[in-house]
Design a protein around this ligand. Structure first.
Ligand code: FDA
Length: 503
């Protein structure tokens, strides 16, 4: 049971008593505390003097250190936040949005636990949670250039959080989410036990593959199924301005993109007065041009747009910008983060195509002060073939695309994000009439505390979490809460949007 009141000193003494090497425990008075804390923070607004800081950061080198942290944390009333890649849009892996009374420590897996072991013959890999998806992509390609893994586009994303919440990317229409490809995992539960799939049982194994990070325990590693890709793939970027017919083409795209053959993912970024169509095709230029000519002639794609490359090169060019001329190693293995910009993200799912007239009303929004962009990623294909309850990610059959809204602003100078925040909130309100309803859905990996938070510091109640839980998980929210009640009834692993136990 948790101690009645938090004891930070007791927590540190307990870690010492369990022989955790002192160089792996970084307290606020340690010389490198700020450096370790900042090492994977992506959102500058959560690295200010006003941000609640952890009382210490533990950087484990093996499972026993994580077990010790859980046992000491529980015994001394100190909550743990686990960080893998630190990309949580609300910073929940390293900061608390609750009143300053919450005592918490961070277990940072990204510092030392990031091995990748590829089994080429089995087409599988064991990857530690602290690895980035770039490190995973790199290790896979080094082992076999015709193997790959379906995951997101930004190489610095951590495996731990990404696989916990799903993992949307350019191959999901053919192969599904990252979490759909998990075969086994190791996890430290709220009792400090180290469990694999057989040990944790199928309910908990179901919950950790999409139910969002930070609720069920600390996942140390994942066994994933790798997928086969051709030695050469093709990507393209085609921009259309409003004058060039962006509104018409985007309107058509909504019906076409989710129904194209699964070898192609064609997504769109709307920014300024332009729609940028970006594709990854698991095939050659000739067949791609023929397919686009037949199915989406409005886009005007030609062989001049084809950019042939290996799959891992396509994964190394974030947002398919083709701009970088660094090495593959620099693009995939660099974990350095910039702390110059703050951001805010929201999300929606679209099940009925938005009309041309509506897009005509929406486009001027992108010319306003503080404007950001929206990213539209088509589902269909494999995504539509998975029953909504098969994994916690419920946004499957009937979803045309997921829409991510994103704004960013400089941390120093400017208006502190006032215009950007007003912009995204206004657009989100405007879009409400066009997107999924009852509930209006959201993607847990595009974390957004504005859709709701747990209603008390003890971790919240099932009913209090329904506001946001049903938006992320729809009918799966109840099952997630039932799993939580079974594996962590005292709600030790809790944060502003962790799954509360079903009482
Ligand atoms: P972080 O370490 O911040 O953890 C996120 C959450 O999971 C926290 O609640 C944390 O406590 C918990 N957690 C972390 N490790 C855990 C573990 N080992 N066990 C249990 N819980 C754990 N998404 C997407 O689907 N497709 C995409 O293309 C992108 N692109 C993208 C780009 C950029 C620049 C950002 C900032 C984010 C994305 N994302 C994304 C969203 C991303 O998938 C999401 O933020 C992930 O949760 C990030 O995982 P990290 O390990 O980096 O985050």
């Amino acid at each position: 049971c948790s101690a009645a009141s938090p004891s930070p000193d007791g927590f540190l003494a307990c870690l010492r008593a369990k022989s955790l090497p002192s160089e792996l425990v970084h307290t606020q008075s340690s010389g490198n505390f700020t450096h370790v804390l900042a090492s994977s923070i992506r959102n500058a607004k959560f690295f200010t003097n006003a941000t609640a800081r952890p009382l210490c950061i533990v950087t484990p080198t093996d499972a026993s250190h994580v077990q010790a942290a859980v046992l000491c944390g529980r015994g001394q009333g100190v909550r743990l936040r686990v960080r893998s890649g630190g990309h949580d849009y609300e910073g929940l892996s390293y900061r608390s949005a609750r009143p300053s009374s919450e005592a918490f420590a961070v277990v940072d897996l990204g510092a030392n636990l990031r091995a990748v072991r590829v089994n080429r013959l089995e087409s599988t890999a064991w990857v530690d949670s602290g690895a980035t998806i770039g490190e995973l992509y790199y290790a896979i390609a080094k082992s076999d250039s015709r193997l790959a893994f379906p995951a997101g586009e930004c190489p610095t994303i951590g495996v731990g959080g990404h696989l916990s919440g799903g993992g949307v990317g350019m191959m999901m229409r053919k192969h599904g989410l990252s979490s759909d490809k998990v075969l086994d995992a190791t996890l430290v539960n709220a009792d400090g036990e180290l469990l694999d799939r057989a040990g944790m049982g199928e309910d908990l194994f179901w919950a950790i593959r999409g139910g969002g990070g930070g609720s069920f325990g600390i996942v140390l590693s994942w066994k994933v199924q790798l997928v086969h890709v051709p030695s050469t793939v093709v990507a393209f970027n085609i921009a259309k301005t409003v004058e060039q017919g962006a509104v018409d083409i985007l309107t058509r795209w909504q019906d076409i993109a989710p129904c194209l053959p699964t070898d192609i993912t064609l997504r769109v970024i709307v920014q300024g007065q332009q729609a940028m169509f970006q594709a990854l095709y698991l095939g050659g230029c000739g067949s791609l041009v023929a397919m686009m000519d037949e199915q989406f002639p409005e886009l005007g794609m030609t062989s001049a747009d084809c950019q042939a490359m290996s799959w891992v090169q396509s994964a190394a060019t974030p947002f398919l910008s083709f701009g970088g001329n660094g090495t593959l190693e620099e693009a995939l293995l660099n974990r350095t983060t910039g702390l110059s910009r703050s951001n805010k993200v929201m999300s929606d799912y679209v099940r009925r195509a938005i009309s041309k007239a509506a897009w005509e009303d929406i486009f001027p929004w992108f010319a306003k002060a503080g404007a950001g962009f929206i990213l539209l990623e088509p589902h269909g294909g494999f995504m539509g073939s998975v029953p909504a309850a098969a994994t916690p990610y419920p946004h499957r059959n009937g979803v045309l695309y997921v829409m991510q809204y994103l704004v960013s602003w400089p941390q120093e100078g400017g208006d502190g994000g006032t215009a950007a925040t007003a912009w995204i909130e206004g657009l989100y309100e405007l879009m409400g009439q066009h997107v999924s309803k009852n509930p209006r859905r959201a993607y847990v990996n595009f974390r957004d505390l504005d859709i709701g938070q747990n209603d008390d510091e003890a971790g919240g109640t099932f009913e209090g979490g329904e506001a946001w839980g049903e938006r992320y998980f729809v009918g799966n929210y109840r099952r997630l809460a039932a799993v939580k009640a079974a594996v962590d009834p005292t709600n030790y692993f809790s944060n502003e949007q962790s799954i509360p136990p079903l009482r």
